[in-house]
Design a protein around this ligand. Structure first.
Ligand SMILES: Nc1nc2c(c(=O)[nH]1)N[C@H]1C(S)=C(S)[C@@H](COP(=O)(O)OP(=O)(O)OC[C@H]3O[C@@H](n4cnc5c(N)ncnc54)[C@H](O)[C@@H]3O)O[C@H]1N2
Ligand code: MOO
Length: 408
């Protein structure tokens, strides 16, 4: 890899777009299994919600003209025409002038009424007479037909990540099954003679596998299905067989470690040996994560992630998630928060830098404080509240400057 040949993040994404057309696939799920999934098609309402006029209070349904000017000293005298039962159609309407009907919260408004006076502003004079001592405008305390959702309205747009609110909307429309994007399968292979299963006690020179756990969890968080191959030692034939198998089973293949220039760094050779065009990116101007590899084999995208855990995590977030989102048909709208930076910081000009930060609140601002961590260490991210992106054209940030932080 030549430092002068590395691509910017945007150029690397453009290269991915040139080599791949990702098409989301869909499957049908029950709405209770759809939390966090990406909806595959627009949901158009076939009905009005509510489909009848509904009271939002316990009170008397009236024609607002009848109680115009009513007050405690001069109440409106109304004829009581009975009550609406919950969940039932009213058995009568009200006539103008002078009639009212009792309606419970959520009850259907009888014809002839245009508003509901809360029961607190009424007094029962006798079995047939109600005094109303408050004037309210037309439309007060009721929900009109279609006020929530109108027939023909696109109520959930394709590509939205489903939250409890959308699932509530779907149930209000009686839609119990929906098409969502299929979860992309993402294979993760950790490489390195020194990497041992975390259940084992590492000898001197060995380290426990972090990356396949870190990346598997990230894949789950982002809506993919992880296929974890665990650790493969630095044997080119073993690695080729494992990557070949992963290419058949997964939509995206991640190989962690072996992306740099050491004599056992064999990711490039493995990708190139399995099919054309092979590797098309080696090196991205990003910190951490520079020695990233991206290739294409049998129409599948294969990433060589740098072995350092923080580098692998950043490259996953910036590049791999980009592909997962495309396979899901999801465009994340991520709104960073504006924070004051707590110190002076010299950044790597020419490389887009990602810096973990902790957040705190002073009198006027949210303050972002960097966590100085080497990319080979893991604990930095677990202490961080978010991550800050420093533009590749900046030489640094000065204390008190506004910065944008993406919360974890
Ligand atoms: N001469 C150069 N050396 C290095 C360069 C360079 O440009 N020239 N780049 C450095 C950078 S930056 C990074 S990042 C790393 C990337 O290295 P590799 O992708 O080849 O990864 P390894 O050498 O296999 O591992 C690096 C480091 O990370 C540890 N590691 C690997 N996998 C795991 C895992 N699954 N769990 C926990 N830790 C893991 C590994 O033990 C090494 O310590 O190269 C620099 N070198
Ligand atoms: O790119 Mo390395 O990922 O800086 O540590």
């Amino acid at each position: 890899m030549n430092l002068f040949d590395v691509l910017s993040v945007e150029e690397a994404k453009k290269a991915i777009d040139d080599y791949f057309k990702f098409y989301p696939k869909s499957e049908k799920v029950n709405i209770l299994d759809s939390m966090g999934r990406i909806i595959y098609e627009d949901i158009v309402s076939e009905m009005n919600v509510p489909h009848f006029r509904r009271s939002t209070v316990d009170g008397y349904a009236v024609n607002s003209k009848d109680i115009r000017g009513a007050s405690e000293s001069i109440p409106a005298i109304m004829e009581y025409k009975g009550e609406v039962l919950m969940g039932r159609e009213p058995t009568s309407s009200i006539e103008f002038p002078g009639e009212c009907i009792y309606v419970p919260t959520g009850g259907m408004i009888p014809d002839g009424a245009d508003s509901v006076v809360m029961v607190e502003y009424s007094e029962k004079l006798d079995e047939n007479t109600i005094l109303i001592n408050k004037s309210i405008p037309h439309g007060e305390n009721l929900v009109e037909i279609g006020e929530d959702i109108e027939v023909g309205e696109v109520i959930i747009k394709r590509g939205r990540k489903l939250r409890p609110y959308e699932i509530g909307v779907l149930s209000s429309l009686g839609i119990m099954d929906i098409q969502v994007s299929k979860r992309p399968k993402v294979a993760i292979i950790s490489t390195g003679d020194e990497i041992v299963n975390p259940k084992e006690e590492p000898s001197l020179g060995e380290v426990r596998d972090i990356n396949s756990y870190l990346i598997e969890s990230s894949i789950v968080e982002d809506g993919g299905i992880p296929i974890n191959y665990g650790v493969v030692k630095d044997d080119i034939e073993d690695l080729k067989d494992t990557v070949d198998d992963a290419i058949c089973k997964a939509d995206i293949v991640l190989i962690s470690g072996g992306s740099s220039v050491g004599k056992k760094d064999m990711t490039i050779d493995v990708i190139n040996s399995l099919g054309k065009p092979g590797v098309f990116v080696h090196g991205i101007s990003i910190k951490p994560g520079k020695p990233t590899i991206i290739g294409k084999v049998k129409d599948k995208i294969v990433f060589g992630l740098p072995g350092h855990p923080l580098s692998a995590a950043i490259v996953y977030k910036v590049m791999v998630k980009y592909c997962i989102d495309k396979l899901l048909g999801f465009e994340e709208k991520d709104y960073p928060i504006v924070c004051k930076f707590s110190t002076n910081y010299h950044s790597a000009k020419g490389r887009e830098e990602y810096l973990p930060v902790t957040l705190s609140q002073d009198l006027d601002n949210i303050v972002a404080t960097p966590i100085f961590s080497k990319s080979g260490l893991i604990s930095g991210f677990s202490k961080a509240d978010g991550i800050m992106k420093i533009d590749k054209n900046l030489e640094g940030i000065v204390e008190g400057e506004n910065v944008l932080v993406y919360k974890f």
